[in-house]
Design a protein around this ligand. Structure first.
Ligand SMILES: Nc1ncnc2c1ncn2[C@@H]1O[C@H](COP(=O)(O)OP(=O)(O)O)[C@@H](O)[C@H]1O
Ligand SMILES: [Mg+2]
Ligand SMILES: [Zn+2]
Length: 462
């Protein structure tokens, strides 16, 4: 069989097969079923979301010899002819190339002839907003007194450009962009029907790149299948589409917060060299931040709110920046100020925690019993580690197990003397810390509010 591109091969043939526009397709199907179909409809919405597809299903359902429950049978001669585009009573006009008054006059004449074969003559006018003013006016007369056997379906991506006089004579349906999850479902079904293997993430990347346009998603799937030799893989699709994988996005966010300038720069350079669009990178980061805010655990709300704000600013200025990746780098680096804020915030709440370097934390993670007896505030001071016990008993317990602790950390361990069984909770901040707070607040054009604790020195903590 000849190769047919996926968008054509999988064009829905029934209302029930149209994804994501249930409200519209149900309304249309019920109107057809009950015989109360209007004379003129406007199908508005972005491209590639099912406007033409739905218009053709309407044309079939209205002319089908054996309709079932408002759906076309797709088997009778009329349905088959409409699918092939050779039915005389379904007339598709592209207003982008037939804009003028002459075409519309012609149309107005033809409207008066009864259908040649079917029950209704269906005019599908695509890119309807492209008609000239005269053409709109000429059509208006027909819309005012349409002959009984006529149905107009006027499809447009720009409903604002259609005169109100026309709008008010039509039923309007606004098609929406296809939500990502639905799109992925549809792509999965196509892969299964095509007998093609896929990584689910690859389909998500395609859906992300398509920004709600199903036609694009299907064409990209087609290309991805060709590219992968019959297997749709995330890594390949990511490079091909310039859409970051989930892992890469997480990595960039983490590097931004960590303040690892070198690696952050490296990561961004790589993206730049591979031709990833920086605005799309920001968009993906924003989406991820939203997702983390709702369901993640790795970052605090404050961090994510800051990330959202900084990325939104970045999106505005990166678009016009002569060095977009450099700009992005500096915006992302701002997020590392939050590392300080976190510490300062903890200081202020009297809940001062200094965590171990990440690697050590992992190494010790399995042995919870030891960790249970000290507050996680272990302070790595270069050649020794300080541990603050939870209370007096814990202090004694730890004293006994000091060898065990030293083996665990690979360094000398010093227990911090505790006062009265609990640590002092007094908040003291050094001038350097204050400077850091100022720097951070300036990032958000914010000010300290009165009553902010005044400070002596944070080192006199014990
Ligand atoms: N809602 C949808 N459900 C399933 N497939 C769709 C949908 N919208 C678009 N498609 C796919 O995209 C192709 C183009 O859709 P079309 O209806 O021509 O879009 P437009 O809204 O630009 O008129 C179809 O052949 C079909 O494969
Ligand atoms: Mg169309
Ligand atoms: Zn039929």
């Amino acid at each position: 069989m000849a190769y047919v591109a996926i968008p054509r091969k999988y064009r829905p043939k029934k209302f029930s097969e149209v994804t994501g526009q249930e409200y519209i397709t149900e309304t249309l199907r019920n109107a057809i079923k009950s015989g109360r179909f209007a004379h003129a409809y406007i199908f508005a919405g972005p491209r590639g979301v099912g406007k033409t597809t739905t218009a053709r299903i309407v044309a079939k359902a209205l002319n089908c010899e054996n309709p079932l429950d408002g759906e076309p049978c797709n088997q009778c001669p009329n349905c088959l002819a409409i699918s092939k585009g050779s039915f005389p009573d379904v007339i598709e006009i592209d207003a982008a190339t037939n804009r003028g008054i002459d075409q519309i006059r012609e149309l107005r004449e033809s409207v008066h002839y009864a259908p040649a074969k079917g029950k209704k003559k269906v005019y599908i006018i695509d890119e309807f907003h492209m008609l000239t003013k005269e053409a709109f006016n000429a059509l208006l007369k027909t819309l005012e007194e349409p002959p009984e056997h006529i149905v107009f379906i006027l499809a447009t991506t720009e409903i604002d450009k259609i005169p109100p006089t026309i709008l008010s004579r039509c039923q309007k349906f606004v098609f929406r962009k296809i939500p990502k999850e639905l799109m992925v479902e549809t792509l999965k079904e196509i892969c299964q029907k095509e007998g093609v293997g896929y990584e689910e993430e690859a389909l998500y990347l395609i859906a992300t790149a398509s920004e709600g346009c199903m036609r694009d998603a299907e064409s990209l799937l087609d290309q991805s299948i060709a590219l992968g030799g019959g297997e749709v893989k995330a890594k390949e699709v990511s490079e091909f589409l310039g859409v970051l994988t989930g892992k890469d996005i997480a990595e960039i966010l983490k590097l931004s917060f960590s303040g690892d300038k070198q690696r952050l720069r490296e990561q961004l350079k790589n993206l730049e060299n591979q031709g990833y669009n920086p605005l799309f990178v920001i968009k993906q980061l924003l989406e991820r931040v939203e997702k983390e805010f709702i369901e993640g655990e790795e970052f605090t709300d404050e961090e994510l709110v800051a990330a959202f704000k900084i990325l939104s600013e970045a999106h505005k200025s990166v678009a016009f920046h002569p060095y977009p990746y450099t700009a992005l780098f500096f915006y992302l680096f701002k997020l590392s100020y939050f590392k300080d804020l976190k510490r300062i915030g903890e200081l202020l709440s009297g809940n001062f925690k200094l965590s171990l370097p990440e690697k050590k934390a992992e190494e010790t993670a399995e042995e919870n019993s030891l960790e249970d007896i000290y507050i996680k505030e272990t302070n790595d001071k270069g050649d020794f580690v300080e541990i603050i016990p939870k209370n007096r008993t814990a202090f004694d317990l730890l004293q006994e197990r000091i060898n065990e602790l030293e083996r665990k950390f690979g360094k000398k361990v010093k227990l911090v003397e505790i006062d009265n069984g609990t640590r002092k909770k007094e908040v003291k901040i050094s001038p350097e810390s204050e400077e850091k707070i100022d720097k951070l607040l300036k990032t958000f054009s914010a000010k300290l509010f009165p009553g902010y604790p005044k400070v002596i020195d944070e080192s006199s903590n014990s």
